[in-house]
Design a protein around this ligand. Structure first.
Ligand code: PA5
Length: 443
C-alpha cells in the first residue's frame, strides 16, 4: 500500500512540461551531488543506507537507558530536537500522563529554549524520577543545549555519582569536532555520530531522531522502512507523474511565483502539530534566504478555524494551504443518540467522529479554495511509524527539489548566525570584546 497520496487538483496549478522538466532536473541534481550545498546531501540515500547493525546499536543503547530510567531528558535545539519531538508527538497517546501504568519511559525535551522557569520546572519534576539524558548537538557548541546539559549533567552526577552518570548519559554529536565530542570522550559517554554530510534539519533518520525515539519505545525499524519506501518512490528514475515530491515541489514553487508567499501546513489530527513545527524549520531554513522563500506557517484544525479561519478565508490573498489528511483513525468512536436531543445533534447519531472530521475537512477545503486559497492535499493511510517515516522523507526530498527550483542553496543557514553574534556580544563572551562595545553603544 502507498504510504502517501498527493492531490493537487484544488491547487489551481497544472504543471507544464517546462515545470516538470525543471523539477526532474532539480531531483537529478540532488542525486548527482553537483548542485549548491552538495556537501550536505547525505540524507538523500540515508534511509537505504541505514544498516541492521546501525539500528541494533541504537536499540541496544536505548534499551540500556530504558532499563535505568523512567524519565529520559533529550537535550537539543532546531534540527537536533524537532524531528524526534514531531515523531514522538505523532505516535504518542495524547493523554499518556493520565495513565497510572506507564509502559515506556517518558521522554521530555530541554535545551530548545533558555527559559529559567522551564529548566527549573524540569529539574524539580525530575527529582521524582529515575533520570537519564541524551544530549544532541552536531556542532557541539550550541548555547541553548549546552546550558541545559550543564545543569542536567550536574543533577545526574549529584544523584548517581560520576561513574553511574556515564551510563545514564548518551551523546549524539560530530565524529571529531566540538566541545560536546571532547566532553563525551573525557567523561566516557556512549556516543553516536551525526554524519558530516547530513545537516541538522535533515537528520531525523540519524541517531539524532532514532535514539530518543527508540528510547521512547517507538518502532524505529518501521519508521526507517517508511522512509526507505519513500526514497524509492521519489528517486530520480521515477517518472515525474508518479513522483509526489517532484509534484509537490513544482506546485508550491508555481504558487509562489503567482504571489502566494505563505504556505500553511495543517492537519485535522492534533497529534501532527509537531510535524508542522518540524516542517516549518525544514522549509524555513532551507528556502528563506537571499530575500526569497515561501513563509512556512501552520494550523491545527479544526481548532484554528476558530482563531485563524477568518484570516485564511478573507485576509491577504497571499496564502495557500497544504493539508495532511489521515484516511483512517486508529480507533472508532461514534456519536450517540440522545433521547432529549437538547443539543440538536441527533442528526449525527451513529456517525463516526472521523466522518464529521472528514466533512469539516472537505467543507473547509472548498470554502478556502472559493476564498482564493489554493489547496494541496497529502493523504496518509493512518498515523503509524511507517507512514510518518514516509511523510518525513517525502517532505525532505520535496524541500531539496523546491530549494533548487527557487534558486537557493537549501542546505545552508547563514542567517541563523546573526542573533548568536549579538547574544555573545551582549553576554561578553571571550573573543567578542569589540562587538560587545559596539552593540552596547546601540542600546
Ligand atoms: O538545521 C540546522 O542545522 C539547525 O537547526 C541546527 O540543527 C540547530 O541550530 C542545532 O545545531 P546543533 O545540532 O549544532 O546544536
Amino acid at each position: 500500500m502507498k504510504t502517501l497520496e498527493l492531490d493537487i487538483r484544488k491547487s489551481g496549478i497544472t504543471p507544464t512540461d517546462e515545470m516538470k522538466k525543471a523539477a526532474e532536473a532539480a531531483n537529478a541534481l540532488l542525486h548527482s551531488g553537483k548542485g549548491a550545498g552538495s556537501d550536505f546531501l547525505g540524507w538523500v540515500h540515508l534511509p537505504s543506507s541505514i544498516t541492521d547493525a546501525d539500528l541494533a546499536a541504537i536499540e541496544k543503547t536505548a534499551g540500556n537507558l530504558r532499563a535505568k530510567a523512567d524519565l529520559i531528558i533529550c537535550i537539543g535545539i532546531g534540527g537536533s530536537y524537532l524531528g524526534a519531538k514531531a515523531v514522538l508527538e505523532a505516535m504518542s497517546d495524547p493523554f499518556k500522563q493520565l495513565r497510572r501504568e506507564q509502559k515506556d519511559p517518558t521522554v521530555v525535551f530541554a535545551g530548545q529554549n533558555i527559559s529559567e522557569d522551564y529548566i527549573h520546572a524540569l529539574l524539580e519534576a525530575s527529582k521524582e524520577h529515575s533520570v537519564a539524558a541524551i544530549v544532541i548537538s552536531k556542532s557541539g557548541t550550541t548555547t541553548e543545549p549546552a546550558i541545559a546539559f550543564r545543569l542536567i549533567k550536574a543533577e545526574i552526577e549529584k544523584r548517581y555519582g560520576k561513574k553511574e552518570a556515564a551510563e545514564r548519559i548518551v551523546a549524539v554529536t560530530d565524529a571529531a569536532r566540538g566541545a560536546l565530542k571532547t566532553l563525551a570522550t573525557n567523561e566516557g559517554y556512549p556516543t553516536f555520530v551525526i554524519p558530516d554530510d547530513v545537516g541538522g534539519r535533515f537528520s531525523v533518520l540519524t541517531p539524532v531522531g532514532l535514539l530518543p525515539l527508540a528510547a521512547a519505545g517507538i518502532d524505529i525499524r518501521a519508521l526507517v522502512r517508511g522512509a526507505q519506501e519513500m526514497e524509492k518512490a521519489t528517486d530520480e528514475k521515477i517518472p515525474y507523474a508518479e513522483n509526489p515530491a517532484a509534484i509537490y515541489a513544482t506546485v508550491r514553487n508555481a504558487l509562489y511565483r503567482n504571489g502566494k508567499k505563505t504556505e500553511i501546513l495543517g492537519s485535522y489530527e492534533p497529534q501532527l502539530q509537531y510535524v508542522n513545527e518540524w516542517w516549518k524549520q525544514l522549509y524555513g531554513e532551507s528556502e528563506g534566504k537571499e530575500g526569497k522563500g515561501i513563509f512556512p506557517a501552520s494550523v491545527t484544525l479544526t481548532a484554528d478555524l476558530h482563531s485563524m479561519g477568518q484570516y485564511i478565508q478573507e485576509g491577504e490573498r497571499t496564502l495557500f494551504e497544504t493539508i495532511i489528511s489521515v484516511k483512517t483513525p486508529a480507533h472508532e468512536v461514534k456519536v450517540e443518540t440522545d433521547a432529549e436531543n437538547l443539543d440538536g445533534l441527533n442528526y449525527l447519531a451513529g456517525k463516526r467522529i472521523s466522518e464529521v472530521n472528514r466533512m469539516a475537512e472537505i467543507g473547509v477545503q472548498l470554502a478556502h479554495v472559493d476564498g482564493g486559497v489554493p489547496n494541496i492535499r497529502i493523504e496518509i493511510p493512518r498515523i503509524d511509524a511507517q507512514t510518518i517515516g514516509g511523510l518525513l522523507y517525502f517532505f525532505e526530498k520535496a524541500c531539496g527539489i523546491s530549494g533548487y527550483l527557487l534558486g537557493v542553496n537549501p542546505f545552508d543557514q547563514p542567517g541563523v548566525e546573526a542573533y548568536k553574534k549579538n547574544m555573545f556580544a551582549l553576554l561578553e563572551k571571550p573573543g567578542y570584546e569589540e562587538a560587545s562595545k559596539a552593540i552596547k553603544a546601540r542600546l
